[in-house]
Ligand binder design. Structure first.
Ligand SMILES: [Zn+2]
Length: 359
């Protein structure tokens, strides 16, 4: 089992298919509840289990539609993950070209309409579907699957970002407006719809509570993605070097505490970091911490034991846009900035443009 409880199944067109363990619980729950409802009869159990598995096969095919279209544009695809609430295809990035996003997004629901169309041809006359022996027959199964695919195709086209319909809306808006403005508009359209979806699902008895949960996820998902786009837009065109500060001090590894205080005293500006360079490794101490410890350490003691090694550094030429996720994950911290192996600055992720860590 992988991280976060996902089970690797097999590869489809080279794309790893993973199953979340909770998915197995769903299948077990469906089988068990149809056993209870059917009073111990076996036919409903087989029927419902087969139906759930077929539904999720169609969900995988839907995601595969997105993936294969994305691959045409050379976008890396990490995996397709199956959760009890649906499927999720994970791409390396979402394309900035609106038409590409439009085609990649459309490809998913189109797969559902294609499956529904094929089943419609296969099932033939509607008269057959409502035969007397209809219940729990394979025709019943395929008929239900046809209806499901048609409904899933339509449902995904609802303009509730980040659902497919919302992405399509964003892509269309992005043809005329900026990517950020298009995302904002799509999220504003989605919010009342998703909130309405939660309420409707809770109020109407015949709609499952899972739907309410799904709409709640969509509501939150839209906000998160908008923040991500906003942050990435803010950092577009900036490199690490362009935002790094030169207010740092670099000293040899054998520097004593007294020496450091002397050098510091000669500086008029407020420093952000003191680095000690020790045999290829960089160690860090903040000026504040130095002030705090200086009173209880003899001046001739080396400073090195009071510093901490810096495992991570940033290259001055790296674009900040692609680092935003990593920087946010690690939280506010200090990074030494190197260019061609030479220390040229310090990046304090606290001092990034306003809105970077807006929470
Ligand atoms: Zn989709």
């Amino acid at each position: 089992m992988g991280k976060y409880g996902s089970i690797k199944l097999f590869r489809l067109f080279g794309i790893q298919l993973e199953l979340h363990v909770t998915f197995l619980l769903l299948v077990a729950w469906v089988a068990w509840s149809s056993w209870m409802d059917g009073g111990g009869a076996i036919a409903p159990v087989i029927w419902s289990t087969a139906f759930v598995l077929l539904i999720f096969t169609c969900v995988v095919l839907h995601e595969l539609g997105h993936c294969l279209m994305a691959r045409r544009y050379k976008i890396p695809i990490y995996r397709i993950l199956l959760l009890p609430i649906g499927g999720m295809a994970q791409f390396g990035h979402i394309p900035r070209k609106p038409l590409r996003e439009l085609f990649i997004t459309l490809a998913g629901p189109m797969v559902n309409f294609l499956i529904a169309g094929i089943l419609r041809i296969f099932l033939g006359s509607p008269w057959v579907w409502f035969n007397a022996d209809f219940q729990y027959s394979w025709i019943d199964l395929l008929f239900s699957l046809m209806i499901f695919n048609f409904a899933m195709g339509l449902f995904n086209l609802l303009p509730i970002f980040p659902m497919d319909g919302g992405r399509i809306l964003r892509a269309i808006l992005a043809l005329k407006y900026s990517y950020l403005a298009a995302t904002r508009a799509a999220v504003y359209v989605a919010m009342p719809l998703a909130a309405g979806g939660v309420l409707l699902a809770l109020v109407y008895e015949n709609v499952s509570d899972v739907m309410a949960l799904l709409f709640a996820f969509i509501f939150v998902g839209g906000q998160l993605e908008y923040k991500m786009v906003k942050r990435s837009e803010l950092l577009r065109g900036w490199t690490v070097g362009s935002l790094a500060s030169k207010n740092f001090l670099s000293l040899p590894g054998d520097t004593t505490v007294g020496n450091t205080i002397e050098v510091l005293g000669a500086r008029a500006i407020q420093l952000e970091a003191i680095f000690l360079q020790d045999r290829g490794g960089l160690n860090f101490i903040s000026p504040q911490r130095l002030q705090n410890i200086v009173a209880r350490i003899p001046p001739d003691d080396p400073l090195l034991p009071f510093t901490k090694p810096m495992p991570a550094y940033l290259d001055a030429d790296w674009p900040l846009q692609f680092l935003s996720g990593r920087l946010e994950k690690e939280g506010p911290s200090i990074y030494p900035v190197l260019r061609k192996g030479v220390l040229v600055g310090v990046l304090n992720s606290n001092n990034l443009p306003t809105g970077f860590f807006d929470k």
